[in-house]
Design a protein around this ligand. Sequence first.
Ligand code: ADP
Ligand code: MG
Length: 580
Amino acid sequence: MTYLVNQPTDFVDESIDGFVAANRHLVRRVHGGVVRATRTPPGQVAVVIGGGSGHYPAFAGLVGQGLAHGAAMGNVFASPSAQQIYSVAKAAASDAGVLLSFGNYAGDVLNFGIAEERLKAEGIPCRCFAVTDDVCSGPADKTSERRGIAGDLTVFRAAVWAAERGDSLEKVYDFASHANERTRSFGVAFSGCTLPGAEEPLFTVPEGRMGVGMGIHGEQGIDEVDLPSAHELGQMLADRLIEERPASIDSANSARVGVMLNGLGAVKYEELFVLYASVANRLTDAGLTIVQPEVGELVTSFEMAGVSLTLFWLDDALEKAWTAPANTPAYHRGGVPLEGVPRDASDDIQAAEEEVPAASDLSKADAAGVLKIVEAIEAKIDEQADTLGKLDAISGDGDHGIGMQKGATAALAAARSAVDKGCGAGSVLARAGDAWANEAGGTSGALWGLGLRCVGHVLGDEQSVKAPAVAQGVSEATAALRRLGGAKIGDKTMLDALQPFTDILQSEVEAGRPLREAWDKAAKAAERAANDTADLRPRIGRAKNHSDKSIGHADPGAISFAMIVSVAATHIESFHQETP
Ligand code: ADP
Ligand code: MG
């Protein structure tokens, strides 16, 4: 649905007001729509596009140098009237006439056709061109029945390119037609949309399903299937369009294509990029060369969820048109030239593998014990991720479970690989910590990474793991965490469990208790302290903004800390040397 509406009947008008106010340097409002801020030079054919509103950036957002000279703007999802088209065309036209171009919909064909007649009657040369890129809306042998969707853009780009280089109206028309012949789109939809002010959605797609070939106004598609993965969808879109290539392209192999992956409104850019990765691989595997791809919103339908893929099968002239500069409110090509030394693989600093530091046999044997503990921690966190997430959702952002899970999984992988490479116990732990911090993100990820790294450094790769070193490592980790994290006791963070753990471990070890016993006692204290954080009010971190909600619920970071030290307690004897 649309959230920001005054009177639904004023929606389009007010939207145009705002659009023009925001883009004064590029467009001007005229009756029926918008035109470029500069006059069309004499001798240049004006390309006037249009269609219903509700599809931004189509159509008004595509007015400017390198793209349309003007756009007639109809009501929401409705063709502009012939009168509107006529006045925009009149405002845009020079002596060379006007090409009217739009997607192939009955209302548009009718209204643009009437406008064409009127313009011609006044002596303004004019022709209409309807775009028919949607392969699902008509059979291959009757392309004139097909609708126009995102592929409108490639045809507009071609027509304007020809117009701007001074072609006659006939030639501009022919080049638009040539571009259309080489443009194919395939769309799918996951949900419908609700027009501004409407109570009910205009159309819907059942939850978990996908309308294959569904149009941008909910027009019937060719099938309805279960929602595929992004990868499957990428392959499906690419395969279908390769199959549907124009007759003039005998083999997909070695062809050059402009590519547009269009989001219909509710599909976010990150999702589009996930999908595009599969599309690009598939196209490249098929031997195609991708030229200046576009991934983003080009034709939308309010909050409709769906995407379309367009392939624009280039030849030399079409490639020039496709890559030519453009400057419109929503579409930019060219601009600041790329200068400087191009990067290559040597710029990737990650590439160099870290060297394995020397380690004693004793420490290597203990490394296996460290690995067992990390394995146990990972399993525990995996099992508890959901609980931790829910706890974090009460007054934080709900990501603690996922963060810890990612961190622990990465830590385990790093610890395994370090053991395989022959690292000592300290390096295994330090590398596990680094991996944890890298992958987990969030506050707790950084703190866990810091802590594990500290303990690892104190343990080192020479000595076998003994109680005093462990206690010292934990103390240093706690000090570092306090210094860098800035939390105090009672702020309701993991520190409220970590500090008693550290203190008891230290005093028990000093009293000569074996590591296993000392750790066990410290872990029990951590558990109690973690549960006691329920009474506290958060004073630091994300949760402090919702401090009231948090009363009565323990701090997630403290709880996960207690879980980890408790599960570690049961594996602590796996060290080579147990006695202090
Ligand atoms: P984020 O807060 O970035 O979403 P997580 O949800 O993974 O990170 O972790 C939240 C936990 O981090 C809190 O429950 C708290 O225990 C801990 N935490 C947050 N800030 C600090 C801090 N400054 N010092 C110690 N622990 C902290
Ligand atoms: Mg969180």
